[in-house]
Write a protein that binds this ligand. Structure first.
Ligand SMILES: NC(=O)c1ccc[n+]([C@@H]2O[C@H](COP(=O)([O-])OP(=O)(O)OC[C@H]3O[C@@H](n4cnc5c(N)ncnc54)[C@H](OP(=O)(O)O)[C@@H]3O)[C@@H](O)[C@H]2O)c1
Length: 374
């Protein structure tokens, strides 16, 4: 019997304002773990669930608790859990918004969250909750893109990878997803070519990218293909608004495998407000997005490029989840082979601080992840 008192940042209804308040404590089922959340990180999609959730996630039932990135302490484990015990310091992907979960007990933005055992990893002693919390959704999205059978289906990451004369293009390498994609691809033995702002060239190279180019440059596609040399391109990960068409061009010009993992939709949802004026902003964005998707699909079809859209929590339901959180990440973090990236920037403390931190995030960040401690 647990006497833990839970509090959550509730999304009471579609498009409503967040409200912090009491929440039921949910005991873990067989392969679940309850974690006392110490730090949560913010993702663009956490905001988008509020502004376009009715369209992007029509399955959600309200009131809902959103959020994906958790680091904290284990308080209770289900009867079939073998990897964790109360008191362990962990990070994990909170899957409450995922279609296959749709459960407020599994949203990150609460003090006692239910996580799935196979989507969690122990923290090594030197890793803070704040820095660990930046990992889960960025890492998961990158892993879905690189390793899922229905996306790029690359070789799995290892602590001592065998080097391959094959290259992955990561467009948007300084994003949270991109910094994880670079490290995972390198850990799987691939060379990485990437794009970002010049201010972040040093960062992406330090994490293993062979070359970095400015995605705003007119010559970026030809720069990427020249840098390939004799290495075979095995596909691209398209991160950032406008990245997918450029990645189609790059993989075609590269002459290798014609595959692009599309992470970002054609149109940004960042400018859509909550409340008044929402519909007026939303309609043109949705129209442009639908047109953008059709154009992208048609162009990919004509060029013979496979361009699946990635859903960053789909690894919960396939072999990639345990491959990352169970098999690869624990050793890679413990040996310092994988660096939790980007750097965390603490934006406040307490559930009430999350909406203000979301507004800061909506204004734009570069190679940092905003974190709220709880
Ligand atoms: N499909 C999914 O399930 C899924 C899951 C997670 C994220 N996403 C999407 O992935 C993208 C990245 O998310 P995140 O959390 O990783 O973002 P983030 O870290 O908050 O993104 C900030 C970074 O975006 C880069 N950037 C801005 N515009 C860009 C562009 N046009 N092309 C390339 N890079 C650009 C900036 O790089 P510089 O400062 O170097 O210019 C900045 O470092 C977002 O579009 C997000 O919606 C999708």
């Amino acid at each position: 019997m647990q006497d833990n008192i839970n509090s959550a940042l509730w999304l009471p209804a579609k498009g409503a304002a967040f409200i912090a308040g009491p929440a039921p404590y949910t005991a873990p089922q067989r392969q679940e773990v309850v974690v006392r959340t110490r730090a949560v990180a913010l993702n663009p999609f956490d905001r988008h669930v509020q502004t376009i959730g009715a369209l992007a996630c029509p399955w959600l039932t309200y009131p809902m608790v959103v959020g994906h990135d958790v680091a904290g302490d284990v308080v209770e484990v289900g009867e079939a859990v073998t990897r964790f015990k109360p008191g362990d310091r962990v990070l994990g992907l909170a899957g409450g918004v995922d279609k296959g979960r749709n459960r407020s007990a599994e949203g990150a933005f609460q003090t006692h969250v239910v996580l799935l055992e196979h989507m969690m990893t122990h923290l090594p002693s030197g890793l803070s909750y704040e820095q660990a919390s930046v990992l889960p959704l960025g890492l998961s999205t990158a892993a879905c893109a690189l390793f899922q059978d229905d996306v790029l289906a690359l070789a799995r990451p290892q602590l001592a990878p065998q080097r391959r004369d094959e290259t992955v293009i990561v467009w948007g390498g300084s994003t949270s997803v991109g910094l994880n994609a670079i490290q995972l691809a390198v850990a799987a033995g691939y060379e990485v070519l990437t794009t970002c702002s010049p201010a972040n060239f040093g960062l992406v190279r330090a994490l293993g990218a062979r070359h970095a180019f400015d995605y705003r440059s007119d010559t970026v596609v030809s720069d990427l293909t020249s840098a390939l040399g004799k290495s075979r391109c095995v596909g691209a990960v398209a991160i950032g608004t406008g990245s997918a068409p450029s990645c189609l061009d790059a993989v075609v010009a590269a002459g290798g495998r014609r595959a692009v993992a599309v992470i970002t939709p054609p149109t940004s949802f960042d400018g859509i407000p909550v409340g008044r004026g929402r519909l007026r902003k939303l309609l043109p964005v949705l129209t442009n997005n639908a047109i953008g998707i059709l154009k992208l699909k048609w162009r990919a079809y004509r060029l013979g490029v496979a361009a699946p859209f990635v859903w960053g929590t789909s690894l919960i339901h396939n072999q990639v989840g345990p491959m990352i959180f169970q098999d690869y990440l624990p050793g890679a973090l413990a040996h310092g082979a994988f660096k939790p990236s980007p750097a965390c920037q603490v934006a406040g403390h307490g559930l009430e601080a999350i909406p203000a931190a979301m507004a800061v995030h909506a204004a734009g960040v570069s190679a940092v992840k905003l974190v709220v401690t709880l």
